[in-house]
Structures are given as C-alpha cells and as structure tokens.
Design a protein. Structure first.
Length: 501
C-alpha cells in the first residue's frame, strides 16, 4: 500500500519552487547544478511545511515538463533526495516526501515550567497570560454564592450545568447563529472537547486533516489516539487557508475529521476570511468530513479594526451543526487555569458525546462552570477579555520591536490577533535554537513541534506573554542563542547548524 496521504501536482510544485527564487541568495553564493538546485528546493519546501511530509510527488516526466528541464535532471534530484532521507519511493506507488529518521519531533518546549522553577529563565514555551484580576477573584466569589443548591445534588452533570449551557447557546444566538442548549456540551477545556470528538469520530488508524503548522498539543493528542495526520499547508503569510490544497486533500485523502483554527491561528496568527470559511464548509460537506473548528482565539483580536465584527464563525455556514463541530474555551481568552471548554454541534452529536463521557471524566467541575457562568451573565467576561486584549497587544508590540532590533534577519508577519508570533529564524535550526536558548536563559518551542513528522525546522514560536523590559531581555537572549548556534556551540555535533545547505 502507498505511504502517501496527499498529493502535490506538477504545476503546483513548479509554482512553489518558482516562489523560492524571490528570496535573496547570500553574498558569494555559487549557482549549484540544476539537479542540486531542484533537490534543495524540494527539501526546503518540506522543511518549511509548504509541501507536507508523506505527500506524493509528481512523476519525473510530469515535473520535467512543468519545469522545462530534462527528465534526467528530475531523476537526479529525486535520487539525491532519497539519499538524504527526504524522499521515499516504491515501484508502482510512486515517490513521496519524508524527513530523515534522525529528526525526531522535539519532546520539550510547550509544557509550562512550574513557577518555582522559573528563577532567571524567561519561559516562552506556553502561550498563556496571568489571570485578568480582579475578574478571576470576583468570578470565584460569585460562584461560591451560587454553589449551595448544587451542593445538595450528586454534582455530576455530563452535559454541563443547564444554566451554563443556556448561556453559551445564547452567546452563539447573539452572534447570528441560532443555538439551543441541546446543541452545547461543557467540557474540561478545549483539549477535553477535541479528545472526546476524536474518540467519537476517528478511531485508531483514521485520517485527520490538520493545518500545517498547527497547535502542537492537539497534534500530539491526535497522534496518541492513533490517528493518521494529513497535513495541509497554510497559505503564504497571514492570509489563512490555501483552499485549492484543502479541496484536494478532502477529495483525495477523505479524512474522517478536519481540524482547523480559523481565528488567529496557533501558531501563525492567520485569520481566515468569510469566503474561505464558506468554501471549506462546502468542501467538507461534499467529502463527508466532520469539520472541527477551534474558536479558542476568536475573541483575542488586538487591532481596533475588529471592533465592528470578526468574520462570521465557521459554524455560521452550517448552523444545524451537521458538518461543523465548534470548540470554544475560556482558557485563552480568560485564563489557562480556568479549564472550561464547550462543544457546539447537532443535538444527536451532543447526545453521543455525553453518552461516551461516562467512560472518560464524567463531567466538568461545578465550581468552575459557575464561575464562567457568572462572568457571562454579569458582563465581567467582556471586561476581563478587554483587559486580556490590552495585555496581549502591549506585549506583542514590545516583542516585535525588540525582535526587529536584536534579530533583524529573522522574518515574521505581525498578526492582528491571537497570542503567538511565528518566526522564520534566519536559516537557523529551530531545534538548535531551543537547546541554546535553555543555556542562555530563554525557553522557546522549536518549529517541528507544530508540524507533522519534523517539518518547520527553521522556525520558532514566540508567544505574547512578556512585555516591557522582559520582552527586551528575551530578544537579547534569543540573539545570544542564535550566536551559539551559528558558532556550532549549541549542543551536540550530530546536526547541522543551519537547516539548509
């Protein structure tokens, strides 16, 4: 059986290779042989995630015609890629992209350090801010006042507290998407919601289409559930999704689930427009794919241009919830310690999720549900989220200024919302930077954490969790880490200092 999960056509690959020619070459760079240039181009596309791992490449003759080169040139390039571990082939099945076996997915970088372990380390591993006080304290006090009637019950509410389910449904209805409480299930954070959805819809061995890059913790959750991840490369810059690629993957790979973050995507910060949302819902419906839309960042717009409204939610193009399952959470917009999430879907899907919960966590803590309901019902949520936006905006601007000063050769686009900056690290290995960063007192997650099978080696993710003088110091330490990598002193010697030759 073929090992590829998606395909890249000859014309598409030719366009991607041509786009690389816009990047300036270093001083004194000699022009390599044609086959070597082609092999390096494909390798870079794989490492940057613009061509997914396990994507079937066009036949030699087809690519030669698309590039106007000889078939011998393409054959030599493919042979070089096979020798370097970036291509695998099988007679009758074709050739598909890979990454060398020696490039494991990093195991560190996203889990937050405990407060007592921070010391002099600046921890940029986790995209979470401190609680927006006084709203956390007020919400907990309000919850305690509402608790006594619930304390006289068994305390198990597998679908969530009725009052909170109704409040969440009303919030969707106010956004123009009529919703009943029967379409809502309260979960233990967004992770709990997605875990439940994966177990219901995607058994071991099922395919799940994911954005490439995507949120590292969700990718790991899906791997551990036994899913086969099918990466779909993001569009260039912050322009959201590449709909041609999405249609192709949904049509050819027929994934059971597609997981997307349309609102200030983690890690890139991209925002999908309404036309992309509509077209993706239509494509998923046609393919029979369940589209899971993660809205955890939807309220974290940072620029004033969104005060009059964000693009319509993905579920707005499937209000009945027959194709789109929406996941929301209080953890990013409010506080990571408030482990309250929710699912919006068709009532029959909610009933199935609730029934399956008897074998999982039974329900979500009552006190935390009451606290979130207090925030929603009193207007405290809006004020707390506005405070969160102000914090994130100030941190973003401080970090961007510091990075441009200390590391002017690193590339990024400034997102208009969310909590993360996705940075191309000037040709350096993100994994090596993560190692060197720990030596100089700054902790960052490397790009491969956010890819499938080792892509994005040349990236790091920087969250908007520090500002002011701390952001300045973080950038200074990152520059020191970069110098260590460039000098070859970042750690072991088995990997190259840079990820491109």
């Amino acid at each position: 059986m073929a090992q590829w999960t998606s395909a890249v056509g000859a014309a598409q690959l030719a366009r991607l290779l041509t786009s690389q020619q816009d990047r300036p070459a270093g001083p004194g760079t000699r022009r390599p042989p044609a086959y070597r240039a082609l092999a390096d181009g494909v390798r870079l596309l794989v490492l940057e995630g613009r061509v997914p791992v396990a994507a079937r490449l066009p036949a030699e003759r087809e690519l030669a015609l698309a590039l106007s080169v000889s078939r011998t040139t393409v054959a030599a390039a493919y042979e070089a890629l096979r020798g370097e571990g970036f291509l695998e082939s099988r007679r009758g099945a074709g050739s598909w992209t890979a990454v060398p076996a020696g490039n494991p997915i990093p195991a560190r970088g996203l889990e937050p350090l405990p407060p007592e372990a921070l010391g002099s380390v600046i921890d940029l591993g986790c995209a979470s801010l401190p609680a927006p006080e006084p709203w956390l304290t007020r919400a907990v006090q309000g919850a305690l006042e509402e608790l006594p009637p619930y304390a006289h019950t068994h305390g198990d509410y597998p679908a969530g507290l009725p009052a909170l389910r109704s409040m969440i449904a009303e919030r969707y209805t106010a956004r123009g998407i009529p919703t009943m409480p029967e379409q809502i299930m309260v979960t233990t954070g967004a992770m709990g919601a997605i875990d439940a959805i994966c177990h219901l819809f995607a058994g071991r061995g099922e395919r799940i289409a994911v954005e490439s890059p995507s949120y590292a913790n969700i990718l790991q959750l899906m791997r551990e559930a036994g899913a086969r991840l099918v990466p779909v490369a993001m569009a260039e810059g912050l322009s959201g999704w590449d709909m041609d690629r999405w249609r192709q993957v949904l049509r050819e790979a027929a994934p059971r689930i597609a997981y997307v973050v349309a609102d200030f995507h983690n890690p890139t910060g991209a925002l999908a427009d309404e036309d992309q949302r509509r077209r993706l819902v239509d494509a998923a419906r046609s393919a029979g794919t369940v589209l899971v839309a993660d809205e955890t960042m939807s309220e974290l717009w940072l620029d004033d241009g969104f005060r009059d409204g964000m693009p319509r939610p993905v579920c707005g193009f499937d209000p009945a919830g027959s194709t789109v399952i929406t996941v929301g959470s209080a953890s990013k917009a409010f506080w990571a310690g408030m482990r309250i999430g929710w699912v919006r879907a068709a009532p029959d899907v909610i009933r199935s999720l609730v029934a399956a919960r008897a074998y999982a966590d039974l329900g979500t803590p009552v006190l935390e549900q009451l606290a979130v309901n207090w925030l929603f019902s009193t207007g405290g949520w809006q004020q707390a989220v506005e405070l969160r936006r102000t914090q994130a905006r100030e941190n973003r601007d401080a970090l961007v200024t510091a990075m441009r000063r200390e590391l002017p050769g690193w590339e990024f686009e400034v997102p208009r919302g969310g909590l993360t900056l996705w940075v191309r690290a000037g040709g350096l290995s993100g994994s090596r930077l993560a190692e060197a960063g720990e030596r100089v007192g700054v902790r960052v997650p490397s790009g491969p954490r956010f890819g499938v099978d080792g892509a994005f080696e040349g990236y790091v993710r920087l969250p908007f969790t520090v500002g002011g003088a701390v952001a300045d110091e973080a950038a200074t330490r990152l520059a020191a880490a970069a110098r260590l990598v460039e000098s070859g002193l970042s750690g072991g010697t088995e990997a190259p200092r840079t990820f491109v030759a």
